[in-house]
Design a binder for this molecule. Structure first.
Ligand code: KG4
Ligand code: ZN
Length: 350
């Protein structure tokens, strides 16, 4: 695929993310150099509900989006006049939340006559592997194609092959819960705080990962995942322990659960990387913040693995700007009448 604006430097993208419960904005130069990234998390607001309350989320985005965009520009020491395009998460995500970021982006695009770029949230997570900070002395090499991306978040668990920029081939995905969703549900069962991933990780730190042997669904012959077996097994174990009147060994349960999810994700990803002879693996999305998962991938030597720094694993706008940049240079801009796409799959190639 030929980039139509290869020599047009520098390209600065302002990006907005509001697909779920984070309002975020970022300024990125030339697809990789991060000038600013600001995130307003709503976690404390949603903790009382034990998960994201969609209507509350969208109204909170309305309150914060303007100041977050303003802050991102200020931190980059730039104004809208220095921007070449505005990128925004178009989907998948919560409809009411997506609309807030989309309308902000359209307002800026209209007012400043900037191209608008609607970005897929899943491709944004993958493109977080290209980011680095402005002040980085030796910029890291970008990932090399063909790439296998394991995208693990609260809403998705997908294996995707990328043969080039913006070209995606979905190998498989979860047949039931997303990995992050399983973490969130099991944390709730243990009485731990939302979001469940970090809570389980903390509890697991002092636990014995071999304390319980939870199942690892292999789903031989497919690139799909399933977490319902491990989830049900944890639930049954907890119910049995409760019936026996013994105190719940939460730390051991958390460590054993986490180990089984890491095994499931790691084994299938490495198997796919071998089968498809990829050069690099990218692990991205909220669950890629998990320390055990990171260590497991980094400790194998067969494939160079890109896992974004912790702050770019969970939702942010820096990754939207990175994906938006590649859409921009390949001429994939959008008109001002696009709608949000709450269930937009990442199955297209371009
Ligand atoms: O990417 P993200 O911020 O939002 C979605 O696009 O879904 O991912 C959020 C998910 C939540 O399910 C959260 O529990 C999980 O990522 N997560 C983690 C960790 N940090 C966040 N899961 C396991 N270990 C973590 N350290
Ligand atoms: Zn996400």
């Amino acid at each position: 695929m030929n980039a139509i604006k290869k020599n047009f430097l520098p390209v600065r993208i302002l990006a907005i993310e509001s697909s779920c419960d984070e309002t975020a904005a970022a300024v990125l130069e030339n697809g990789r150099v991060l000038l600013s990234s600001v995130i307003a998390s709503q976690i404390e607001i949603h903790q009382q509900y034990g998960g994201v309350f969609p209507e509350v989320a969208s109204r909170q985005h309305v309150r914060t989006v303007y100041s977050i965009v303003d802050m991102a520009l200020q931190q980059a020491h730039m104004s809208l006049d220095n921007m070449d395009a505005v990128a925004v998460t178009r989907g998948p995500g919560l409809a009411g939340s997506l609309v807030v970021g989309m309308n902000m982006a359209k307002g800026i695009a209209l007012g400043k006559r900037l191209p608008l770029i609607g970005v897929n949230h899943l491709e944004s997570h993958i493109y977080s592997a290209w980011l680095y900070q402005d002040e980085t002395p030796n910029p890291p090499e970008p990932p090399e194609f063909p790439i296998l991306a394991l995208l693990v978040s609260g809403g998705h668990t997908e294996l995707i092959i990328m043969k080039d920029h913006l070209v995606y081939q979905r190998l498989g995905g979860t047949l039931d819960d997303a990995a992050g969703e399983a973490f969130d549900k099991i944390a709730r069962l243990f009485g731990l705080a939302y979001p469940g991933g970090p809570s389980i990780q903390n509890a697991a730190q002092t636990g014995n990962k071999n304390g319980f042997n939870f199942p690892r669904a292999k789903l031989e012959g497919s690139w799909d995942f399933s977490f319902s077996g491990v989830k049900t097994s944890v639930l049954r174990t907890v119910r049995d322990l409760e019936k026996s009147g013994r105190p719940l060994p939460i730390f051991d349960l958390a460590a054993s659960f986490q180990e089984s999810v890491v095994d499931i994700l790691f084994q299938k990803t490495i198997q796919a990387a071998k089968e498809f002879k990829v050069k690099n693996i990218i692990v991205a999305g909220g669950v890629s913040a998990n320390q055990s998962l990171r260590e497991r991938f980094m400790s194998q030597k067969e494939f160079p693995v890109f896992i974004p720094p912790l702050k770019y694993c969970t939702d942010n706008a820096a990754m939207v700007a990175a994906a938006g940049y590649y859409r921009f240079v390949y001429g994939k801009t959008d008109s001002l009448d696009i709608d949000v796409l709450p269930t937009w799959p990442l199955t297209y190639t371009s």
